[in-house]
Design a protein around this ligand. Structure first.
Ligand code: ADP
Length: 236
């Protein structure tokens, strides 16, 4: 679960944040961190200020995607102070990854720090509820197994009263790096079908794109580098 917030973030205090969007899926590895990162970069290109709260306990990867690994966070009276990832100070980030002494260290938290497996969701929701989140972007991949998990995630949103802004189908087809043709590796259209059945908006599909993978691995700005790619058009 990632939460992206837009405009006027203050350290440790979300009262000045205009919009809070949760990026959810119910399954690991489907692209929550990718969508959150690219969304933040796209919003920056539109002149917005964005804060990302990366609460992925099992594999916090956003610091790497935004070239912010190893940055030091410190605490103030209101809690942890996020770090800026760029010189213009347009994107700030707080990640569980900053709290690990060794990047290869697994997060083994119990008790007050970790309330239990899917409790990250509940804990994050409870913490954000007073700030009235705008809603959730729910990320899925075309495979049926992911769709099942995502259906449960949509039920979670309904039960907790969190509005679903829409469903995004990620890794939807493969964009050939040579001819840019998009091939459906898995079945396609299941994200759209899921959204239709759940009665929530379908926002679009992002293809598997090797340029995007490389940008993420090297912490580069894909949105700036590949403005003509299919993934760029889908993400912006
Ligand atoms: P999650 O946050 O849901 O666990 P990630 O965003 O970390 O998933 O994505 C998992 C892996 O897949 C990452 O290595 C990322 O670079 C890659 N990836 C995700 N979406 C795409 C895409 N559309 N095209 C290419 N690679 C992608």
């Amino acid at each position: 679960m990632e939460a992206a917030a837009g405009e006027r973030a203050e350290p440790g205090n979300l009262a000045g944040v205009r919009h809070i969007i949760l990026v959810l899926s119910g399954k690991g590895g489907v692209g929550k961190s990718t969508i959150s990162t690219e969304l933040a970069l796209a919003l920056r290109h539109q002149g917005k200020k964005v804060g990302i709260l990366d609460v992925d306990l099992c594999g916090p990867s956003i610091p790497h995607m935004l070239r912010a690994q190893g940055k030091a966070v410190h605490q103030c009276d209101n809690g942890w102070v996020p770090v800026f990832v760029d010189q213009e100070q347009s994107i700030s980030l707080m990640s569980v990854g900053f709290l690990l002494e060794n990047p290869d260290e697994a997060v083994v938290w119990r008790g007050p720090k970790k309330h239990g497996t899917s409790d990250e969701h509940m804990a994050t929701m409870e913490a954000l509820r007073p700030y009235r989140p705008l809603g959730a972007l729910v990320v899925t991949t075309p495979q049926a197994v992911s769709i099942g998990d995502v259906r449960r995630e949509l039920t979670f949103c309904k039960k907790t009263g969190l509005q679903v802004i829409g469903v995004i189908e990620n890794m939807s087809g493969f964009t050939c790096p040579h001819c840019a043709e998009c091939t459906n590796v898995f079945s396609s259209g299941s994200g759209e079908e899921l959204a239709r059945l759940a009665g929530v908006p379908f926002l679009g599909s992002v293809p598997l794109d090797s340029q995007l993978t490389r940008s993420l691995e090297e912490g580069r700005d894909f949105i700036q580098e590949f403005p003509k790619s299919t993934a760029y058009s889908a993400l912006t």
